[in-house]
Design a protein around this ligand. Structure first.
Ligand code: NDP
Length: 329
């Protein structure tokens, strides 16, 4: 028997309840590889899955945790053998398949990658899905050309935002972080942001078709009114990598004008269905460029029993940086 955070749904009220329980290996879902999980993390989607599911959870009882790192315990696949260190992000693990909030997980071999050289399992999860997505976003901006001027990061004090700020700064870009939490300005500067922009600057819709060109590119975690405004301020030919919708699922106030008159690109980033080669490329670049002292500065440690509270906090935008869950603590 081992510990896992199990979310159960009451058939009558439809209410969900999350608590740490002892479960056994025969309860784990099918998969070729059984992993002794060491660390998992708290992402926005985990907040949804710890709570009522938000349409992401297929069946209850459910074990959330959309990412994990650990050591292979048993494998029916030639690519992995007991003792190998592995990392998992995406593929609807923690949503449609039991995830990393457990001392053991069983998954498809295709969903794993070997732990990138130069990273510990804890560091890999300090990065986690949020940091992996931040790297995919930066790579997409690079592929389309980052223009002159600061690169904007919205939702900067959150998980994706924090890692995006640190990666862009480490790559030598000027970085402007947008935050609704002015008290996090020093934190964002310590990660490499050279400019802090108040969320309010982007919170009103404008009827203007374009605004003055300011940003060489943008990693956007927020959408809503903010993305509509940002698009109008991107430099000619620049791009926005849209990764999330912490501020709403619509792009309010967006017009076609920035795309037609300034050749702006809106790049959608999905970390869930990334093929193996793309995951390897992003992880090895993370190990190469992300300064480990900055990564450590983002980390808040947690245990399985902290998760119900942290899940609620992240949905309210109250978590700073990355929460790393030691499932064996
Ligand atoms: P976090 O909660 O850690 O960060 C989100 C940040 O957005 C908050 O910290 C806050 O930053 C800002 N924010 C929150 N609410 C609002 C609001 N109403 N208006 C404006 N800003 C707001 O989440 P993550 O960084 O983990 O994820 C961010 C988004 O990206 C989520 O929607 C998530 O589902 C999505 N995501 C998508 C992925 C993909 O594959 N495309 C992968 C990972 C995440 P601040 O306080 O600095 O203003």
């Amino acid at each position: 028997m081992f510990n896992a955070l199990v979310v159960e749904k009451d058939a009558e009220s439809g209410k969900t309840h999350a608590a740490v329980q002892q479960i056994s290996e025969d309860q784990l879902p099918d998969g070729e590889v059984t992993v002794a999980v060491e660390y998992s993390t708290v992402n926005y989607k985990d907040g949804l899955c710890i709570g009522p599911g938000g349409g992401l959870v297929r069946n209850y009882p459910h074990v959330p945790g959309i990412d994990f790192a650990g050591t292979v315990e048993a494998s029916e696949d030639d690519r992995y053998k007991p003792g190998d260190k592995v990392v998992l992000t995406g593929w609807r693990v923690g949503e449609a398949h039991w995830g990393g909030y457990s001392q053991k997980a069983r998954v498809r071999a295709d969903w794993l990658v070997p732990l990138p050289e130069g990273l510990t399992t804890r560091q890999a999860m300090a990065v986690g899905t949020a940091g992996f997505t931040a790297m995919l976003a930066v790579q997409a901006l690079e592929d389309h050309g980052i223009k002159e001027g600061p690169v904007l990061v919205t939702g900067a004090a959150g998980g994706v935002g924090s890692v995006a700020v640190a990666i862009l700064a480490a790559l030598g870009h000027e970085v402007a972080g947008v935050t609704g939490r002015p008290e996090q300005a020093d934190y964002l500067k310590s990660l490499g942001a050279t400019q802090i922009v108040a969320r309010e600057e982007f919170s009103e819709e404008t009827r203007k078709p374009l605004e003055s060109e300011q940003w060489g590119g943008c990693v956007d975690a927020v959408a809503g009114v903010m993305l509509g405004r940002v698009l109008k301020q991107i430099r000619y030919g620049g791009s926005v990598a849209a990764i999330g919708l912490a501020g709403g699922a619509k792009i309010d106030g967006a017009l076609i004008t920035p795309f037609i008159l300034r050749g702006v690109n809106l790049l959608g980033i999905d970390s869930v269905m990334q093929p193996y080669e793309s995951r390897l490329r992003a992880w090895s670049r993370i190990a190469e460029v992300l300064p480990m002292d900055k990564l450590e500065a983002m980390v808040q440690p947690a245990t399985l029993s902290d998760l119900p509270q942290l899940g609620a906090d992240i949905l309210k935008g109250q978590v700073r940086g990355r929460v790393v869950v030691d499932v064996n603590a």
